[in-house]
Write a protein that binds this ligand. Structure first.
Ligand SMILES: NC(=O)c1ccc[n+]([C@@H]2O[C@H](COP(=O)([O-])OP(=O)(O)OC[C@H]3O[C@@H](n4cnc5c(N)ncnc54)[C@H](O)[C@@H]3O)[C@@H](O)[C@H]2O)c1
Length: 299
């Protein structure tokens, strides 16, 4: 059985939905869980300590250890304060899951919680994880950004939300490279769960499937594995929901090469440019030139 005895895990937005499922599972496997949640409505109003304290009470009732933290992580002070409070209480942070997120709000609000908080939280925890030469960080992205979404031709908040979640992914990828020579691993999850977040969207047949199949409890095992000591990967993205876990990757087609490329060549060879056969999956930016060279010279 995979356990977290002796580990301290910080989970943001852990008072409800997916984050609460993470916190309960971590607590049941021996982690000391810092349950952070501002306890706000989907639009960010009416903060309440209720959700965070309720999840802490559930973990403790099941025999686990947990601490509530009710600050907002959508500011540098809040994000840093959460990590400082955890260090003050337990002297370590082994696991950070930045799960708090929102789809409703103005552009700045969406960016601040979904993307900027990823930066503030990971930078705050980084020195502690480097010193320990150990850490597991899980960032939350979304299919809204990875694959795009829209409702009609007008701007919808899902667009700003998706863009911010891609910003969070950008932090993830570079953090994973920074961590290569260390015991820290950083991955991203794109969850699929029928929570109040999904319930608040326009209801479609897909959402009806989610309502019956995609519980937060079916996301938690995949994400919690990614923050376990035995997680074998870093810099990866996973789709998790409805009991399914799959890798998402960013690839480049082999493409078409001609040093004397003209716009007519582009038109004539567009099928080759689009052809997915033999695609490359670059591990980082340094591989990009190598791919150009390989395709251009065969070496
Ligand atoms: N549910 C899905 O299908 C889905 C899909 C893709 C991505 N996500 C992402 O997964 C994460 C969890 O989503 P969910 O569906 O469980 O949402 P949810 O709304 O049920 O829970 C989010 C929690 O975050 C808390 N929160 C909001 N602002 C906060 C702040 N500033 N500081 C601290 N806590 C704050 C809320 O009080 C709430 O309890 C989010 O990042 C979301 O964007 C969810």
């Amino acid at each position: 059985m995979l356990r977290f005895d002796g580990r301290v895990a910080v989970v943001t937005g852990a008072g409800r939905g997916v984050g609460a499922a993470y916190a309960r599972l971590l607590g049941s496997r021996g982690a000391t869980v810092v349950v952070n949640d501002l306890g706000v409505s989907p639009t960010g109003t009416d903060p309440s300590g209720g959700p965070a304290h309720e999840v802490v009470a559930e973990i403790e009732a099941a025999g686990g250890r947990a601490m509530a933290d009710t600050r907002s992580v959508a500011s540098p002070e809040g994000a840093e304060g959460l990590i400082e409070a955890t260090i003050a209480a337990y002297g370590r942070v082994d696991v950070l899951i930045h799960n708090a997120g929102r789809v409703h709000g103005n552009y700045d609000e969406l960016r601040t919680l979904n993307m900027d908080a990823t930066h503030w939280l990971t930078e705050a925890v980084w020195p502690h994880m480097l010193e320990a030469d150990y850490g597991r960080i899980l960032v939350t992205t979304s299919s809204a950004g990875l694959f795009g979404t829209a409702v009609g031709t007008d701007y919808n908040t899902l667009q700003g939300y998706g863009a911010a979640k891609m910003g969070a992914l950008g932090h993830t990828r570079s953090l994973a490279i920074r961590a290569r020579s260390t015991g820290i691993k950083v991955n991203a999850v794109s969850p699929h769960a029928y929570t109040r977040l999904a319930a608040g969207l326009e209801q479609t047949p897909e959402l009806a499937f989610m309502a019956t199949h995609s519980t937060p409890e079916r996301v938690a095992p995949g994400s919690v594995y990614l923050v376990h000591e035995s997680c074998p990967v870093s810099g990866e993205i996973f789709a998790i929901g409805a009991g399914r876990m799959a890798r998402i990757f960013i690839g480049e087609t082999v493409g078409y090469v001609n040093p004397d490329l003209t716009i007519e060549d582009v038109e004539d060879n567009f099928a080759a440019i689009m052809n997915e056969a033999g695609y490359h999956v670059p591990r980082d930016m340094s591989e990009i030139t190598a791919i150009y060279r390989k395709v251009a010279t065969g070496q």
